[in-house]
Each structure stands twice: as structure tokens, then as C-alpha cells.
Design a protein around this ligand. Structure first.
Ligand SMILES: *Cc1c(COP(=O)(O)O)cnc(C)c1O
Length: 396
């Protein structure tokens, strides 16, 4: 069924053709196999498939042709041997962590985490008897000091949400290898276009495909990528029996999203770079954190491990919450939302939304002040975005 190009191709080509499986009709666009199950030509064929002696799908909770096309296209982009697609980014992260720990084990995690990830590590796994230590991800000695004999997993997100700190993946991967822990990297903010954690030594990469991979604000999804051995031995049974699987319909939407991912991320990153510079030049803005700027505190690590800037910008208004609200409310093109990675530019006030559950001290530790805004740059004409901010800043 498969007719992928035989020559190795570049990412933009792989995102249009990678993983495509054509049915007997020879359809151009990937088919949507909206089916729960599959029928077998004989009882013997069913037996062989269940024994794993014959290829083929069994049940869509285990795998589905449309979902598999999405997984294979992601594998081509990430350089991973295998993948499993999930119903959301959180389903991916929960499965990737929970499948490999038991009561008594220990996880070391960077402290700047997407709120739900922190809940999974601290509360869900904590209740199951898995201990955790949160460290400043940029402090290598803190990772090292947190290691215990029972440490099984290292977990990080980089760049972090919302302050866009960048953690040295290769250095943390060396520490993980040294103590026999598996390094899991949430690569959502970098997108697969700008950072390749597996090449830097990570063992497992997870995405919320809801973000840039869909990129047009339509459906939730996630994906876990790793070696064939890890997927088969560590994830597979957990995945099949707990059922975080992605719907084939959403997989189809995400497949179409991947066709334009390289174009969108390149465009959005170029726009973000220009916008970051124009925001940095405004006196009402006290600080701009943008991974593409030379004044980013982690510029040296960024130069080593990321291939572009980012589609996200964090910036702080000198006038605190009042100024941040005034600016958000005065924007006309940019919308207020907690989401990111969309075609539409979205602005978020983390202190009162995504990070409102943290104590003021915890927010301060993460650099989330009341004047901080996070901006996800979309596909609009950048000059309209620059004008939108210039005008809205006069309201501050
Ligand atoms: C959005 C997000 C998630 C969760 O993904 P969902 O698809 O919303 O479940 C996890 N990590 C990061 C960094 C995210 O931005």
C-alpha cells in the first residue's frame, strides 16, 4: 500500500508525502479510515494477526491506518523509529511518564512546566507512590543533586511556558544516561522544526499536536516518539490497554496540518522575530524574552540546540497587571486566548490564567510577573501585527 519516496527527502517534502498509504482507489489525499475495527478473511488470519505473525490492524484503540499515517509522518520529521498518536498532548505526556514508573520510583523534572504536566507528575503519579523533585532546569548541578538510586525518569519542557527559558538538552541527557534514567522532552514550544531532542540525546519526545502541528485551532491531539524498542517494550501494552488513542478523524486533520507545518513555522518565526524587536524598542515594555534575540539569557544554549527562534514571545510591561490588561484589551487583530500555535495571533496573561493556580512566590520563582504577557504569533501579515501593538500600546 505504501509508496513513499525511496530517496531520503528534506523535511518539507516528507511533510507532504511521508507515511502516505494509498488504498486500492489510489486517492491523492490521505484517506480517512473512520472505523473502529477490521475484519479478517479467515479465522486463521485473525489468529495470525493476534499472534503478531501477520501484519495488519486489529482495533483502532491499538492502531488505525489514518492514525498510522500521522505517526509515520511525525517519525519522518523527528527521526524516530516509532510513535504512538494520542487524543491530546496531556494523554501523550501522561502515558509517556506513567508507562515506565511504579510505586517507589522517582522522577526529576524541570520546575517550569505546563500546569497540567505538573499536576500529572506531582499529584497523579504522586498518588501512585512515585516521588518527584522539581529543579531549575537550567541548573545542571540541581539535576545532578536530585538524582536518587530509584530515579527512573527525567522530564523537561524547553523552551518553557511562558517565559521561554531554554534548557541544555544534551547536558541533561548525559546526566540521565549516567544514572540510567529515561529523558522525556516536551518539545511543543520548539515545534519539530526548531529542535530535535532525540538527536541531542533524549530518549522520548512528546508533543501536543493541538498546537503548531494542527496549527489552525481545530482539534486536539498528541504524539509520543521514541525507539522501536522503547515503544514496544515500555509503552505498547500500557497504550493498548489504557486507551489514550487519537481519533482517526483528528489524525486526518493533523496529517493535513503537517503538510504546511514547515511553511507556517518559518513564517510565524520570521514574524515573531520582527515583532520581538519592535516590542523591545518600546519604552513601555521593560523586558522581551525571545529565543531568537542575542539578549536572551540562554542565547548560548539556543545557538547550540535550536535551529530557529520561536513563534512565541514573552514580554513584560513596566506598568504591571493594569498595563498588561489594557494592552490585551486594546489589541484588535491579536486575540486573547490561553492557546498557542494557531494561525491567529493569541495573547495570554499567564499570572491570571494558565498559571493562576501557582502561589505568588512560585510565580516569582518562574519569572511570571503580573506585567508578563505571552504572545503566540500567527499567520497574519506582520505589519498588521506591528501596527496593532503600536496602536494598543498607546492605551497603556
Ligand atoms: C498545550 C500543551 C500541553 C498539553 O496539550 P493538550 O493537547 O492541550 O492536552 C502540554 N505541554 C505543553 C508545553 C503545551 O503547550
Amino acid at each position: 500500500m505504501s509508496n513513499e519516496p525511496r530517496r531520503p527527502v528534506r523535511p518539507a517534502t516528507a511533510m507532504v508525502h511521508g507515511g502516505t498509504m494509498r488504498s486500492g482507489f489510489g486517492e491523492t489525499s490521505e484517506a480517512l479510515f473512520l472505523t473502529q475495527g477490521f475484519v479478517y478473511p479467515s479465522a486463521e488470519a485473525a489468529e495470525a494477526r493476534f499472534k503478531g505473525e501477520a501484519p495488519g490492524f486489529i482495533y483502532s484503540r491499538y492502531g488505525n491506518p489514518t492514525t498510522r499515517m500521522f505517526e509515520e509522518r511525525m517519525m519522518a520529521l523527528e527521526g524516530a523509529e516509532d510513535a504512538r498518536a494520542t487524543a491530546s498532548g496531556m494523554a501523550a505526556i501522561t502515558a509517556a511518564l506513567q508507562c515506565q514508573v511504579k510505586a517507589g520510583d522517582h522522577i526529576v523534572s524541570s520546575r517550569a512546566l505546563f500546569g497540567s504536566c505538573r499536576y500529572v507528575v506531582e499529584t497523579v503519579l504522586g498518588r501512585a507512590g512515585v516521588a518527584s523533585t522539581f529543579v531549575d532546569g537550567r541548573d545542571l548541578s540541581a539535576w545532578e543533586a536530585a538524582i536518587r538510586p530509584e530515579t527512573r525518569v527525567f522530564f523537561m519542557e524547553t523552551p518553557t511556558n511562558p517565559t521561554l527559558e531554554v534548557i541544555d538538552i544534551a547536558a541533561v541527557a548525559r546526566l540521565a544516561k549516567g544514572c540510567g534514567a529515561t529523558l522525556v522532552v516536551d518539545n511543543v514550544f520548539a515545534t519539530p522544526m526548531q529542535q530535535k531532542p532525540l538527536e541531542l540525546g533524549a530518549d522520548v519526545v512528546v508533543y501536543s499536536a493541538t498546537k503548531h502541528i494542527d496549527g489552525q485551532g481545530r482539534c486536539l491531539g498528541g504524539v509520543i516518539l521514541s525507539s522501536s524498542e522503547w515503544i514496544e517494550k515500555t509503552l505498547q501494552d500500557f497504550f493498548r490497554h489504557t486507551g489514550p488513542s487519537l481519533s482517526p478523524f483528528n489524525a486526518w486533520t493533523l496529517l493535513k496540518g503537517l503538510e504546511t507545518l514547515p511553511l507556517r513555522v518559518a513564517h510565524q518565526t520570521a514574524s515573531a522575530a520582527r515583532l520581538a524587536d519592535s516590542l523591545a524598542a518600546d519604552a513601555r515594555i521593560s523586558r522581551v524574552l525571545y529565543p531568537g534575540r542575542s539578549d536572551h539569557p540562554d542565547a548560548a544554549v539556543i545557538a547550540r540546540q535550536m535551529s530557529g527562534g520561536s513563534t512565541l514571545i514573552a514580554f513584560e510591561l513596566a506598568g504591571g497587571k493594569k498595563a498588561a490588561f489594557r494592552l490585551s484589551n486594546a489589541l484588535q487583530v491579536v486575540k486573547i486566548s490561553n492557546n498557542l500555535g494557531d494561525a491567529k495571533s493569541l495573547v495570554t496573561h499567564p499570572a491570571t490564567t494558565t498559571h493562576k493556580n501557582l502561589t505568588p512566590e512560585a510565580r516569582a520563582e518562574l519569572g511570571i510577573s503580573d506585567g508578563l504577557l505571552r504572545l503566540s504569533v500567527g499567520l497574519e501579515d506582520v505589519d498588521d501585527l506591528i501596527e496593532d501593538f503600536a496602536e494598543a500600546l498607546t492605551a497603556v
